[in-house]
Ligand binder design. Structure first.
Ligand code: HEC
Ligand code: HEC
Length: 396
């Protein structure tokens, strides 16, 4: 298991520090995507072969239109929640702008594939490939890559290799210019992490240097070539590279949790918990839930994250109820007013979607665990590792 050093801390309930998203350098959507979406929306048999992406695409051939349509559908189901339906980023959890042109011009398909398949465990970015406990086949991951690539409107960037750099010399610059957004050790704060082993194993030095020099237009990431010397940017590139673990990425196999087939009620004979009034009518503090669990209160806890994250660790007795598969547990949920709580890492996006769905279906006592599961773990409340729900007795 790759654990994320330092664990990202997310402000609870704080509004996004970013200005509202993000005028891309060109708001035009390439024709083939518009057509793909028209098809999705129920259109008929359009032929798209004449407008397969060129230039930017790095797949080395024409992209199959059926893959684009499938990719668009997958993207909406799995990714838009955080990265925005148009790839504009920052819909939740400070997820980056996948449609950003400097991003797309500087990353390979392989980078996209591995970062989607393996995710960034320890951050809200889960592993999505079935090989890593997630929901997607490798074909589906490829379809997502093709769809994300279709947002690219510029040719691949010229990525000059950095000159030799001195990581130590970069430390004060990093502390002054970068840490406020990326964290003291690159663990991520309001911006993506820079020290994640999956990122560092898949990003080239040239790609990292390009990001620092050119920035990401329309996002808070500035173009540092206007502020720093070429040598300072080389030094910063070396500093980020120095955070890469010595060991190669391990297999990181993660089991998929089994389907829920029985009642998921925890402490079925217990009394109902005595929660305070929900904040904004939605949120219950983690401390209250931890106490209720300890006191043997009757409730259901749903883990709204992808199944891979569930297996890595979850709240004792929680069952997987991923935000993209809202039917998965519903038929087993009690309709007698038993409290049903949802949580995610995020802390609210995925769990909020699950809870809203339950409310729309008429479930009475529902809430989201306010601070999310990273906070839960960091507070020292019990967690269970593995694909089984487990109980307090199994917890670490
Ligand atoms: C719960 C929110 C969430 C969802 C859902 C989500 N992501 Fe992410 N994603 C993030 C965050 C946050 C990061 C940055 C992680 C970090 O700080 O290391 C990220 C990072 C990434 C990256 C790496 C970007 C980089 O430059 O390092 C890619 C690629 C990506 N996501 C694609 C996807 C795709 C495709 C999907 C759908 C299958 C998806 N994400 C679903 C939150 C999410
Ligand atoms: C004001 C906040 C802010 C500051 C300061 C900042 N960054 Fe960023 N950085 C971001 C954001 C936000 C992104 C992701 C933008 C996107 O593509 O959506 C980013 C992206 C990056 C990336 C690409 C990461 C990836 O996963 O693709 C690198 C590398 C990077 N920053 C390095 C730096 C360095 C080095 C510094 C200091 C010299 C720095 N940043 C300063 C906000 C910031």
């Amino acid at each position: 298991m790759v654990d994320h050093p330092g664990g990202r801390r997310l402000a609870v309930g704080a509004p996004s520090p970013y200005p509202p998203p993000i005028a891309m350098s060109s708001p035009r959507r390439p024709l083939y995507v518009a057509l793909a979406l028209a098809l999705l929306a129920g259109g008929g048999a359009l032929t798209l072969s004449h407008c397969a992406p060129r230039g930017g695409a790095r797949t080395g051939g024409d992209v199959d239109e059926a893959d684009l349509v499938a990719g668009a559908q997958l993207y909406r189901t799995y990714c838009g929640l955080c990265h925005g339906d148009e790839g504009e980023g920052y819909a939740a959890d400070n997820a980056n702008a996948l449609a950003n042109q400097q991003f797309l011009a500087s990353v390979t398909d392989e980078f996209l594939r591995v970062n989607i398949a393996r995710g960034h465990p320890g951050t809200p970015m889960a592993s999505y490939a079935r090989t890593h406990g997630g929901p997607l086949s490798s074909e589906e991951v490829d379809q997502l890559v093709a769809f994300i690539r279709s947002w690219q409107e510029v040719p691949p960037a010229d990525l000059p290799a950095p000159g030799p750099g001195d990581a130590e010399r970069a430390e004060p610059i990093y502390a002054a210019q970068c840490a406020s957004c990326h964290g003291d050790e690159g663990e991520g704060v309001t911006a993506v992490s820079l020290n994640h082993p999956v990122f560092l194993a898949t990003a080239s030095d040239a790609q990292i240097r390009y990001a620092i020099a050119k920035g990401r237009e329309g996002t808070p990431m500035p173009a540092f070539e206007e502020r720093l010397t070429a040598q300072q940017i080389d030094d910063l590139t070396a500093l980020l590279r120095s955070w890469e673990p010595e060991e190669e990425l391990d297999e990181d196999a993660v089991a998929e949790p089994a389907a829920v087939t029985a009642s998921p009620v925890i402490h079925p004979d217990g009394e109902a918990p005595d929660f305070p009034e929900l904040r904004e009518g939605r949120y219950v503090p983690a401390a209250e839930v931890a106490r209720a669990l300890q006191d043997g209160r009757r409730m259901v806890i749903l883990d709204a994250r992808p199944t891979s994250d569930y297996t890595r660790f979850h709240v004792p007795g929680a069952v997987p109820s991923p935000y993209y598969d809202l039917e998965r547990v519903k038929e087993h949920l009690p309709r007698d007013g038993t409290w049903i709580l949802a949580y995610c890492g995020c802390p609210h996006a995925a769990s909020g979607r699950v809870m809203d769905h339950l409310r729309a279906e008429g479930f009475e006592n529902t809430a989201v665990i306010d601070e999310g599961v990273f906070h839960w773990r960091d507070e020292g409340y019990p967690v269970v590792v593995g694909p089984e729900p487990g109980t307090l007795a199994d917890a670490e």
